[in-house]
Write a protein that binds this ligand. Structure first.
Ligand code: WTA
Length: 645
């Protein structure tokens, strides 16, 4: 539908951000990829992307080399490194045992109560092998689907790697999801095995997870699950069903620490990860061994400029794509040390992040805007008590970061010395697609430009590139190695969702604009767009304007019908401490947004809230607010965060 009169498909950009940050000369001179190299590499990758990706693939080990880098004979079912044999776990683990990485820390884990566990590459290798043997003894093998329903524990990483090592397929389900969400995902994948825990610690409480698995399996219609492995983590009751359930410790106790790594075809499925769209049932995004490892390895190494002594902390949960790519596989492929934290980021108080950075000497901190804004609410008092001087680079992902949060993170956490990598990507892309590099000139709120080997653009509804400053649809115009291969059990939906609007071109589902310098600004999901008096405005922009007011901690905006303007904005606002909701404040905020964005940004009403509905990965679910507003069905709420947890 086109609401924009004579300017079809355009999205008006109202917020302008003028600030620019140059990297310090120290950062530039230490960067693995220097500024002049980056320009040259980007140019040559544009001319010959396959040569670029082939060179990236050569940094990893293959059991047999590929015959072809890209097979594009049956679009959109692209195949990468066809004919090659490999296993991502060989690259993430086995090969490090032959090098100086053997005795280096692979994982630093911290439980919420403060207990810790550290595993060297050699120790992780042995644990993975034991579990791989245990899985084989349960009859799990190549191609079998294994649902992993676990909080962030060392065993969670071990499980993903063991499953992949034997050629089976993991499908993680975030531990905050309900029994119904779990059941749907188990059924869709026809999983033979579920790996879970008795319970875990979150916000000072022990959360029982095993009981949720039991509930999911009682009514699971296909009866596909043969076994459930249970890790003992918390002091909670776990009822064990003798014919189905087995304790993790009992399974691995007598297994050998040596196990054969399955030789996989480059295109064999590595994992499934369900992601939800605005409508319909969750989509089972499929990734495969070869292309995924190449994309994740190259992008992590380059964007976060990994050095041999780095401690890398991505705060995402392992159950999301960010956890898969940049907590587990990326860091281990790169041979770096990855940090994993079990619990709530504000437990026992708001300095938990800073305390972890301080105690382990974290060098790179990669997080999400919602958490950054949450921490901003506490001011800088908690930061002052910790030494954050080890930090060298910061990162953000998951939603547009509003410039205020960007500048706060950069200034107070990064001492204005650490470049902030705002990485744009998706479950479907598997890896970073649009992002600065450490040598880049940064504009707060912009995700910068496409990485080398990636071609993106912003198009109008007709498929024409939009002029600078105008909004449009974000597209990826060339295939990339770690791209989604299909939607599990639903190739038609895969074609329809991503490839039908512009044949041969990947539709990301986001709206964005490019500025005069070619920098990309993400404005939100295409279905999160307001149309006020014919102007398309990203909800994220209006929210960002709200949050730039000192009284506002968080804001979510939806469109409500209006006789005159077609649609106007309604805002749901969480206030900072010390501000009281009253009519005066509402008037002030409405005025403030109008000043920031112009008169087109008409805010009809403001509702004050203590919390906002979010997905467990932190994205605001405007769909739920809309349904509440209009008294409609809320649809699929399986991804909704359960705030009691
Ligand atoms: C949004 C998370 C703005 C975007 C890796 C995308 C972002 C969706 C950014 C994918 C960013 C991700 N700036 N928006 N840096 N990164 N997004 O599948 O709307 O959980 O389409 O993958 O998050 O979310 P997903």
């Amino acid at each position: 539908m086109d609401h924009n009169g004579d300017n079809p498909g355009a999205l008006d950009a109202l917020l302008t951000e003028e600030r620019v940050f140059r990297p310090l000369s120290r950062v530039v001179s230490n960067a693995t990829v220097a500024a002049e190299d980056l320009a040259r590499i980007t140019e040559s990758a544009k001319a010959d992307p396959l040569a670029y990706w082939e060179e990236a693939a050569e940094e990893l080990c293959w059991f047999r080399k590929w015959e072809q880098v890209l097979d594009d004979s049956n679009p959109p079912f692209y195949k990468w490194f066809t004919g090659a044999k490999c296993n991502i776990v060989y690259n993430a683990l086995d090969r490090h045992i032959e090098t100086a990485n053997k005795n280096k820390l692979a994982v630093i884990w911290e439980g919420e109560p403060g207990d810790t566990r550290k595993l060297t590459y050699y120790e992780l290798f042995r644990e993975v092998n034991k579990l791989a043997n245990g899985l084989r003894s349960l009859g799990i093998g190549k191609g079998d689907r294994v649902v992993v329903y676990m909080p962030p524990l060392p065993e969670t990483i071990i499980t993903l790697l063991a499953v992949a090592k034997i050629g089976a397929v993991h499908s993680s389900v975030f531990a905050g999801f309900s029994a119904k969400a779990l059941r749907d995902r188990i059924s869709d994948a026809s999983a033979k095995l579920v790996v879970t825990v008795d319970g875990f610690y979150r916000n000072g409480r022990a959360v029982n997870l095993k009981s949720t698995v039991d509930e999911a399996l009682v009514a699971e219609p296909t009866g596909c699950v043969e076994s459930v492995i249970v890790v003992h983590r918390a002091n909670v009751e776990a009822e064990m069903n003798d014919s189905r359930d087995i304790w993790y410790a009992d399974l691995v106790r007598r297994e050998s620490p040596e196990a054969v790594t399955e030789v996989m075809d480059s295109e064999d499925m590595l994992f499934l990860l369900y992601t939800s769209g605005a409508t319909g049932k969750p989509k089972g995004v499929v990734h495969s061994h070869g292309g995924y490892m190449v994309g994740v390895h190259r992008t992590l190494n380059w964007v976060f400029d990994l050095k041999p002594t780095d401690i890398f902390w991505c705060t995402a949960d392992v159950g999301w794509i960010t956890g898969h790519s940049y907590v587990v596989y990326g860091p281990l492929l790169a041979g770096t040390t990855t940090v994993l934290y079990e619990g709530h980021p504000l437990y026992p108080q708001a300095d938990r992040l800073w305390s972890i950075v301080d105690r382990y000497g974290v060098n790179i901190l990669y997080s999400v805007p919602t958490l950054i804004r949450m921490l901003m609410r506490f001011g800088t008092q908690y930061l002052k008590h910790h030494d954050l001087s080890t930090l060298r680079l910061l990162g953000s992902v998951g939603e547009p970061i509003n410039p205020e949060a960007w500048v706060w993170f950069h200034k107070h956490v990064g001492r204005t010395e650490c470049p902030l990598m705002d990485t744009w990507w998706q479950t479907e892309t598997g890896m970073f697609m649009i992002s600065p590099m450490p040598v880049s000139l940064l504009k707060p709120g912009s995700v910068n430009k496409a990485l080398p080997g990636i071609e993106v653009d912003v198009w109008d509804e007709q498929g024409n590139p939009v002029p600078p400053g105008k909004g449009g649809l974000l597209v990826v115009t060339k295939p990339w190695p770690s791209m989604v291969r299909t939607l599990y059990n639903d190739p038609e939906r895969y074609k329809e969702t991503y490839w039908s609007k512009f044949p041969g071109v990947y539709l990301a589902g986001d709206v964005a604009r490019k500025d005069e310098d070619g920098y990309i600004w993400i404005q939100g999901r295409a279905d999160d767009v307001l149309v006020i008096a014919g102007h398309r405005i990203g909800t994220a922009e209006v929210e960002s304007a709200f949050v730039s007011h000192k009284a506002v901690a968080e804001a979510a905006v939806i469109g409500i019908p209006d006789k005159i303007r077609g649609e106007v904005a309604k805002a749901f606002v969480i206030l900072n401490d010390g501000f009281d909701p009253d009519a005066g404040l509402s008037r002030e905020l409405t005025e403030h947004v109008r000043r920031e964005l112009g008169p087109v940004a008409v805010v009809k009403s403001i509702e004050y809230r203590e919390t906002l509905p979010r997905t467990r990965s932190g994205k605001i679910m405007r769909r739920i607010l809309k349904a509440e507003e209009f008294g409609e069905e809320k649809g699929d709420t399986s991804t909704l965060e359960d705030l009691d947890r």
